[in-house]
Ligand binder design. Structure first.
Ligand SMILES: [Zn+2]
Length: 333
């Protein structure tokens, strides 16, 4: 078995479908973490995550009946319902926490992260580079609001954003300055699901499939999926003859140059600085890294004196902190 934690007589898979796992943990409702959603007979996730998966992707998850012994879900701060998994072994009292995607800065549409003491942490490593430091979130939000206020006088504004999480954050940021954006059908559906869970987000209307002219008679602010931003911008400028200003809001804006008029560094992930803060606050003695930058992050942490290695396909953790079928991760690079 891979990507699992074993404790108190059961094994839990971590954001992936693993043969032999008794329970499948889904940390949040992003598709790259939902591998077990369709086929699992016993899913462990927050109530919000199950709801968002069902409403947005039409997948009914089979929730596990009871919270397994020694297990606790902790808020991860990444998106609505995002959770970390905390597993404490009954006999040794040692604790492993798996973060999933997490954020230490405060998001408008997620509960703030909870960090508790742990012996071992399996930490997400989306942004492993110490040189990447995200701007202060409140400043980024103010920049978005200023840009929207100013440019709206000159034309139509169009944001590209992820379906769940980022789109709703943008709505909240725009709502604060009195703008109720128009959304694509898919994003509107996701926003409705957020509202069902008490978010109170306001959007004005939905871009219909044929881009009904009546919706675009005035300058407005729209939000569409990132991958259709260019197409929709072209269609809108063709229809209303106005200038369409495009924007993306993503952590990748700290790394890449997007083909848009403006890009905002609005990330739902921790950067390296936040990662270090997490590890310090958790008092973890041992760190496993997981995700795209896992190797780089583990190497950087080792250089800084931490016991850190990649949580790989051959790393099954049991709660007494012994890797049951481990082969040593590549070290020293
Ligand atoms: Zn995510």
């Amino acid at each position: 078995m891979t990507f699992t934690i074993s404790a108190n007589g059961y094994s839990i898979s971590l954001d992936s479908k693993e043969s032999g796992a008794d329970i499948d943990f889904i940390s949040h409702a992003h598709t790259d973490h939902m591998g077990a959603a369709r086929s699992s007979a016993s899913v462990l996730s927050s109530r919000e995550t199950s709801y968002l998966i069902e409403k947005t992707y039409g997948i009914k998850v089979n929730a596990c009946k009871d919270m397994p012994e020694g297990v606790k879900l902790l808020d991860a701060g990444h998106m609505l319902g995002s959770s970390q998994l905390s597993v404490t072994d009954n006999e040794t009292c040692s604790r492993i926490v798996y973060t999933g995607d997490y954020l230490l800065q405060r998001s408008r549409v997620a509960n703030p992260i909870a960090i508790e003491d742990a012996d071992t942490v399996i930490i997400d490593s989306t942004y492993p580079d110490p040189k990447i430091e995200f701007e202060d979130r409140e400043e980024v939000e103010r920049s978005i609001q200023l840009w929207a206020r100013t440019k709206l006088k000159a034309g139509t504004l169009l944001f590209g954003a992820y379906t769940l999480g980022k789109s709703q954050e943008l709505v909240a940021i725009l709502n604060e300055i009195g703008i109720e954006p128009i959304m694509s059908k898919k994003l509107a559906m996701a926003t409705d699901a957020y509202n069902d869970l008490g978010m109170g987000l306001r959007y004005q209307s939905v871009y219909s499939e044929d881009f009904n002219r009546s919706l675009i008679s005035e300058n407005e602010v729209g939000i569409v999926e990132s991958n259709s931003l260019e197409k929709v911008a072209t269609m809108l400028s063709g229809l209303n003859g106005r200038r369409v200003y495009t924007a993306v809001a993503t952590g990748f804006a700290a790394i890449f140059k997007f083909n848009t008029d403006v890009q905002f560094q609005l990330s739902d992930h921790a950067d390296f600085r936040q990662c270090m803060e997490y590890i310090e606050r958790s008092k973890a003695k041992r760190v496993f890294t997981r995700g795209g930058g896992a190797k780089a992050l583990a190497a950087t942490l080792r250089r800084r004196g931490y016991e850190a290695e990649v949580y790989g396909a051959s790393t099954a953790l049991s709660s007494n902190l012994v890797r049951t079928d481990a082969s040593k991760a590549s070290g020293g690079d």
